[in-house]
Design a protein around this ligand. Structure first.
Ligand SMILES: Cc1cc2nc3c(=O)[nH]c(=O)nc-3n(C[C@H](O)[C@H](O)[C@H](O)COP(=O)(O)O)c2cc1C
Length: 407
């Protein structure tokens, strides 16, 4: 029988192992700091904001099938892995329109960000700046292009545009983007009409939130969120401030069901920087846009918030890249919730990925700190996956590739 030899306890060694921290009064901050995944942040977020806000972010259109499929597909990705390679130096950076970004993960445009957390768009853009990434401001932003430029002058900024029913209205927004140092325009084209978002209808979502009897109950449940709402600038579509239109009237003219390829040509005539068309869902449209000379396309189903049961962006990515990847940059979004999801898209040929809900969970959970945490988590996983697949830079990820398993 083997027996351990006993010795007198090594007290200094024992003390050196003690890892107790004093309890903090910033309990939420501590929770955010401890989050390991985007799902952890989403769970924190769910407790912080009213249901109507959380559902507005998480929900998508009709049966929410597109979105579920877009998310699920990432778990079927299988990476090619090379071992016995020196991975002591990993470089996840890439060049986008002549300038380096530190990670091929960019911020999608999301309307109404100050509804999720009062710090809103500038806080997300500040994280983009701190991490040398790109922030996209939505036409439906609650911060205007000039306010964003003033708040974070050093952040790389793109502006997301809808072709509005009156082209003069679009021009006025484009002018704001031009005057405030926005580098590129993202033209969203998957919104000829608005998607039908059942959760929002059931929740009676109105923008801005109306005070009903149920609101009083909601205030009692999430008093801090409401306090922040009432004590900060009023929620509005800031790019249209000063227009003599109500929010409802604005919402009705922001989408033009008559938008066509001719509008892309029109946009090329009024904007001389990069134009990236967002919401592409098939190879033929991608080919046509490549021929027209746009700078990039984003394969996207708007996070499932427009057409339900449409194609899954990751599944069409390889065919689109094969058809037009040498002519335009092909980006992708939808359901990207980890660095590994981003890795899968890059391995299948995407130039970079965009994240939407992931950073909104972060901001709802903990404001700017929550968004920082999102990037920290995604970067950690992305770099770790690079090391474990033996890919030292983006080209090597794409050389190695990935496949989508059938199960
Ligand atoms: C709350 C919310 C608001 C959004 N607002 C816009 C918008 O104003 N313009 C736009 O082009 N896309 C908008 N999107 C779509 C995103 O840009 C992006 O396509 C989508 O969120 C990607 O999926 P993900 O959320 O799973 O990352 C929005 C998405 C969410 C979740």
């Amino acid at each position: 029988m083997i027996k351990s030899k006993r010795q007198f306890p090594d007290i200094p060694h024992f003390i050196s192992l003690i890892d107790w921290k004093l309890p903090t009064i910033f309990r939420n901050r501590a929770k955010v700091a401890k989050a390991l995944t985007i799902e952890d942040l989403a769970a924190i977020a769910k407790k912080k904001v009213p249901k109507v806000v959380y559902d507005y972010v998480e929900g998508s259109a009709l049966d929410e099938v597109s979105y579920q499929r877009s998310k699920d597909v990432f778990s079927r990705a299988e990476f090619t892995a090379h071992t016995l390679r020196d991975v002591s130096k990993i470089d996840p950076s890439t060049i986008i329109y002549g300038k380096k970004v530190d990670l091929p993960i960019l911020f999608s445009p999301t309307g109404y960000t100050r509804f999720m957390h009062h710090v809103g768009e500038p806080a997300v853009a500040a994280v983009a700046e701190n991490n040398n990434l790109i922030y996209s401001l939505s036409t439906m932003g609650t911060t205007s292009p000039s306010e964003l430029a003033q708040a974070v002058p050093g952040a790389r900024r793109w502006f997301q545009l809808y072709v509005m029913q009156n082209r003069e209205d679009s021009l006025s927004v484009i002018k704001q983007a031009k005057e405030n140092g926005f580098e590129a325009l993202i033209l969203t084209v998957d919104t000829p009409v608005s998607g039908i978002r059942v959760r929002d209808i059931k929740n009676g979502l109105t923008i801005p939130p109306r005070i009903r009897l149920s609101t009083v109950l909601a205030i009692a449940r999430k008093p801090i969120w409401w306090l922040n709402l009432f004590t900060t600038k009023k929620l509005e579509f800031a790019a249209f401030r000063g227009w003599s239109k109500s929010l409802v009237e604005l919402a009705a003219v922001i989408f033009d069901p008559a938008t066509s390829f001719d509008d892309v040509t029109w946009l090329q005539s009024v904007w001389n920087g990069p134009i990236i068309v967002k919401g592409i869902q098939n190879v033929d449209d991608a080919k046509k846009l490549a021929q027209m000379g746009v700078s990039g396309i984003i394969l996207s189903n708007h996070g499932g918030r427009q057409l339900d049961r449409g194609p899954v962006p990751l599944e069409i990515l390889p065919d689109v890249v094969a058809a037009v990847g040498d002519k335009v940059d092909v980006y992708i979004d939808g359901g990207i919730m980890s660095g590994q999801d981003a890795y899968a898209a890059i391995a299948l040929g995407a130039k970079a990925v965009f994240i939407g809900r992931a950073y909104l969970y972060g901001i709802m959970a903990g404001g700017q700190r929550g968004v920082e945490k999102v990037i920290e988590i995604m970067k950690r996983d992305f770099i770790n996956t690079m090391a474990l697949t033996g890919s030292r830079n983006i080209s090597e990820i794409q050389e190695a590739g990935a496949k989508i398993r059938s199960n």
